[in-house]
Design a protein. Structure first.
Lengths: 115, 119
């Protein structure tokens, strides 16, 4: 089945130790998103790729970076995780052919714990 | 500033009850409104609404959009314990990205309504 896959599902890192979260998709969607969702809060968009074009949200900290080496994969790099970065990180994809307002399909998420 | 407001924030009902969840929005360049269901995992897509007054149905769930009054409702009839979840409303806003000249949508989420269905 076509899907959005995130690895790992759970990630534990130490304060300040870089961590990379991965997302892959078999939907062949040209848009990929990364969201941060803290407990009892709505998902907050960090950035997205439209094909290879990277689009950062204005309030996304510099500590968060992303890479998209090809259509299928997208990575979220947290260069120096702080305790406040502990959250669920959600990857989503959508087809951008209609101006990008099609439904987004979410992966299962990676729960990040920072010790 | 664009915003999406959901009400109530939480709701407790008994099995068999009918519930109505509300979502109001103030978003420039509105394109569509989406409902998601989130249990203890990632959101799963329920509905996308783009036109006013056209009800979308899926089993016991239905939703409708009013673009004049800027709100949507999600109805769940004959609720079951499996309906317990957080229901997220999101509005897709359309804007032009200057770096590549194309258009792109972005989802603005409400805080969600936590629905608990008691047996």
């Amino acid at each position: 089945d076509a899907m959005v896959i995130q690895n790992p599902r759970y990630q534990v890192t130490q304060f300040g130790k870089p961590v990379t979260l991965s997302c892959s998709q078999t939907l062949n969607h040209n848009v990929m998103y990364w969201y941060q969702q803290k407990s009892s809060q709505a998902p907050k968009l960090l950035f997205h790729y439209y094909d290879k074009d990277f689009n950062n949200e204005a309030d996304t900290p510099d500590n968060f970076q992303s890479r998209r080496p090809n259509t299928s994969f997208c990575f979220l790099d947290i260069r120096s995780p702080g305790l406040g970065d502990a959250a669920m990180y959600l990857c989503a994809t959508s087809s951008g052919t209609s101006g990008g307002y099609n439904e987004q399909f979410f992966g299962p998420g990676t729960r990040l714990t920072v010790l | 500033e664009d915003k999406v407001v959901q009400s109530p924030l939480s709701l407790v009902v008994h099995e068999g009850d009918t519930v109505t969840l509300n979502c109001s929005y103030e978003v420039t360049n509105f394109r569509s409104l989406l409902w998601y269901k989130q249990e203890k995992k990632a959101p799963t897509f329920l509905f996308m609404l783009t036109s006013s007054g056209i009800e979308k149905k899926s089993g016991r769930l239905s939703s409708i959009l009013d673009k004049k009054e800027l709100f949507s409702i999600l109805n769940i009839t004959a609720t079951q314990t499996g309906d317990s979840a957080v229901y997220l409303c999101a509005v897709a806003a359309y804007y032009v990205r200057m770096n590549y000249g194309g258009s792109q949508g972005n989802l603005i989420f409400g805080k969600g309504t936590k629905l608990s269905v008691k047996p």
